[in-house]
Design a protein around this ligand. Structure first.
Ligand SMILES: C[S@@+](CC[C@H](N)C(=O)[O-])C[C@H]1O[C@@H](n2cnc3c(N)ncnc32)[C@H](O)[C@@H]1O
Length: 290
């Protein structure tokens, strides 16, 4: 079953490393209200038909898996990811949350052999489609795995969230915007599907798109303590991709911000916000005509 992608490696800051696991957990923690809201939208679309089998595609550390298991109390979840480290982390979280008997993990590269899954009531794909080399093929796989009438939730984002005041920068405001613009150039090459319009892809795969909802998340101070750690994790990830691509002035400010110590550290600033734009598509495999 396991076909690990060559793109996955084992460094701390690599796609499946501990830094990534911590970042995904913090994302789930800080943005839990948004996740619960999407689960509620899905529940409203079930038409009272029980949800028993959930598939979380590119599940990471299980943000979607655990949100949906809370919402659909009779359901079991199959959590699929290419990263054995993230799946290991997810199983640990499942034990902590007391839902280990309701979760099965499947290690699979969704660009390679599609896992044998069927009769699924609900598929969740959050921030994962844009990682795939052939997302259309994956969507056809989702269509086949779903029972007729079953639901698919796709969430995608415009990029990493923003945290810093616009005026921040050494003699030049707009540090975070410059970091994001620099990374956007790289993402255009490495993740060309980031920010794509998934509605036409869903239709082509045979789905009926029930809703497409742009979501603006803007969390203002006072923020929970985890927001500072979330900002640090995201900005550290950005910093890892910026060496040689930005001026040393900007990078030195960024280094002060992501440091654990010092007055500038995002761990102890009171001027952080959390801003991110996401789009959620809710789609259905058409029911069988009677
Ligand atoms: C940005 S993370 C999102 C994780 C989770 N869905 C969430 O919302 O927190 C993208 C996930 O897709 C997984 N992924 C990337 N390429 C994949 C592939 N080819 N097959 C399976 N999973 C993949 C990564 O390992 C990672 O866990």
């Amino acid at each position: 079953m396991a076909h690990r992608s060559h793109r996955h490696h084992h460094s701390a800051s690599g796609p499946g490393g501990p830094d990534m696991a911590a970042l995904l957990d913090l994302d789930a923690d800080v943005l839990h209200a948004h996740l619960s809201e999407v689960a509620t939208w899905l529940a409203d679309l079930t038409g009272g038909v029980p949800v028993r089998r959930i598939l979380d595609l590119g599940c990471g550390t299980g943000a979607g898996t655990f949100t949906l298991l809370r919402r659909f109390e009779d359901a079991e979840a199959i959590a699929v990811d290419a990263s054995p480290q993230l799946l290991h982390h997810l199983r640990g979280r499942a034990r902590e949350l007391g839902v280990a008997d309701r979760v099965r993990t499947v290690e699979a590269d969704l660009d390679a052999a599609w896992p044998a899954l069927d009769d699924v009531d609900l598929v969740w794909a959050s921030a994962s489609l844009h990682h795939l080399a052939d997302p259309d093929r994956a969507l056809r796989g989702v269509f086949t795995a779903l029972r007729p009438g079953g639901l698919l939730a796709v969430t995608e984002l415009d990029g990493l969230p923003r945290f810093l005041p616009d005026e921040l920068g050494l003699g030049r405001p707009g540090l975070e915007a410059r970091c994001r613009a620099t990374l956007a150039h790289r993402h255009a090459e490495t993740l060309p599907q980031l920010g794509a319009d998934w509605g036409p892809h869903l239709s082509r795969a045979g789905f009926t798109v029930e809703t497409e909802r742009p979501v603006t998340i803007a969390l203002e101070p006072p923020l929970p303590e985890s927001a500072g750690r979330y900002a640090q994790a995201v900005l550290r990830r950005m910093r890892a991709g910026l060496d040689g691509l930005m001026g040393t002035d900007d990078l030195s400010v960024l280094d002060l911000l992501i440091d654990n110590d010092g007055p500038e550290s995002v761990l102890r600033r009171d001027d952080l916000t959390v801003r991110t734009e996401r789009t959620v598509w809710l789609a259905r495999r058409p029911p069988v005509a009677i």
